[in-house]
Design a protein around this ligand. Structure first.
Ligand code: FAD
Length: 418
């Protein structure tokens, strides 16, 4: 079977690999000139298998007025007057219930477990090196109220997720000596030993290099990809002035997926959620981090990536629902820089530019995996804030659905129109 994978981000490449391993002929098509250039390039590097709670929740609903009016909040919503945006927001509000949060958390934990197992397989089979390690994750809280909520979440997740340990402020600083938050400013934290991290850009680069060595895999890079339909079926796509025909197409265009779907004649509930990151060097070896750290009240994550030439710390944050706009807002970028300065001792000149990317966000935070309304087009997109974490499990599920195999997780939880 010849399959065309639309997108060379982490989700598209994981899908291409899984298809190729299953014996398919694969073509990967992407508008960028190299792989892993979208949201997969500079993300937070967290393989966050246990922190999968959705953004839509009763708690988010309570804070919505502040999000709408506080320009400095780590989450920002710019109202847009188009039907897709309005529909997305209404669906988001419908998902802000405790029942939906429970449903989504259970579905994502299952996909997370599958993803961890699949990443083990891909890493070994493709002999990849991408700074992956079990670093453990420490979520620290500055506010009394948020610490109480974090502690409640840890209790609620006991039994369905990994074992989590609640620490007081002093214990947090002992566990993570690289933290530079004054003891009096820390209420406490929650530590999860089993959490991992890894560099998704290095994963993309390594996997693409391995795929390129196979004569059953090809890449068509650089040039917008548009659909060619015949009698309502997707039969080919146009890229770089040439037509690519295939038996099936898998849509992995991340935040560009909704536009492609519109061109095919259906709606995908995906909105771009913009975030920012820096990749800093710790100032001295004693400023290096042992673990992934999340500064919960500032909503910034720090991931220590141990590269051959020394540690770098990826600092990522901000979630702005501001449309398909890739421009850097200097004030939002500065907030991540300031948040880093307030928590760690890094050389701020080691990354003077920073990075921005668009998370492909669905209203319930779950990816959309499975058949689309258009014959010939399968969906594997909408991974929001967890695309790196969920890429390999999503690829497995998509390929199982494509080849008519028994799915490893409940496919209905991720179906289009669920
Ligand atoms: C600041 C930030 C921090 C994050 N932190 C984490 C984290 O710590 N852990 C985690 O698991 N996830 C994280 N994420 C989310 C994760 O990065 C994304 O979910 C993931 O990268 C999505 O992968 P993708 O392959 O679907 O999309 P992308 O990586 O965006 O790839 C999509 C590709 O499609 C191409 N494309 C789109 N439209 C077209 C078109 N019409 N024609 C041709 N090509 C097209 C693009 O060029 C791009 O290469 C973060 C995201 C951001 C922005």
């Amino acid at each position: 079977m010849r399959v065309c994978v639309l997108g060379a981000g982490v989700v598209g490449l994981a899908t291409a690999w899984t298809l190729s391993e299953a014996g398919c002929e694969v073509v990967v098509a992407d508008g960028a000139t190299t792989v892993g250039q979208g949201a997969s390039a500079g993300n937070g590097a967290q393989l966050s298998y246990n922190f999968v709670a959705p953004f839509a929740s009763p708690d988010t609903l309570r804070h919505l007025p502040a999000l709408l009016w506080d320009g400095a909040a780590p989450v920002r919503l710019k109202p847009q007057f188009n039907m897709d945006f309005l529909r997305w927001n209404l669906a988001f509000l419908r998902n802000c219930t405790s029942r939906k949060v429970r449903e989504t958390t259970a579905a994502q934990l299952a996909l997370g477990a599958l993803s961890r197992a699949e990443l083990d397989i891909v890493e070994k089979a493709a002999e990849l090196s991408f700074c992956r390690r079990v670093a453990g994750k420490l979520v620290v809280y500055r506010e009394r109220g948020s610490f109480a909520a974090g502690r409640r979440d840890a209790e609620a997740q006991r039994g369905i997720g990994a074992e989590q340990i609640v620490l007081d402020g002093a214990e947090c600083l002992r566990e993570e000596p690289g933290l530079r938050i004054a003891p009096g400013l820390l209420q406490g934290g929650v530590y999860t030993q089993s959490e991992e991290l890894g560099d998704s850009a290095a994963f993309c680069e390594g996997l693409a290099a391995k795929l390129s060595q196979r004569n059953t895999v090809s890449f068509v890079m650089g040039g917008q990809v548009t659909p060619l339909l015949r009698e309502g079926k997707l039969v080919a796509v146009r890229a770089n002035g040439a037509d690519i025909a295939a038996d099936c197409f898998v849509l992995c265009f991340g935040s560009g997926s909704a536009r492609f779907a519109r061109a095919c004649g259906f709606r995908l509930p995906i909105q771009p959620m913009k975030g920012y990151s820096f990749t800093f060097r710790p100032r001295t070896p004693s400023d290096e981090l042992r673990h992934s750290v999340t500064d919960a009240d500032r909503k910034i994550v720090f991931a220590p990536l141990d590269r051959p030439d020394g540690q770098v710390i990826r600092a990522a944050g901000i979630a702005d629902l501001v449309g398909e706009d890739r421009s850097i807002d200097p004030k939002r970028l500065a907030a991540v820089r300031k948040g880093t300065e307030d928590a760690l001792d890094v050389d701020l000149d080691s990354d003077p530019i920073g990075w921005t990317g668009l998370r492909p966000a669905t209203p319930d935070s779950r990816p959309i995996i499975g058949p689309s309304p258009v014959p010939g087009l399968l969906l594997n997109t909408g991974h929001g804030a967890l695309g790196w974490t969920l890429a390999c499990g999503s690829a497995r599920l998509a390929v199982q659905l494509l080849l008519g195999q028994e799915p490893s997780v409940r496919a209905a939880d991720f179906a289009y129109g669920r």
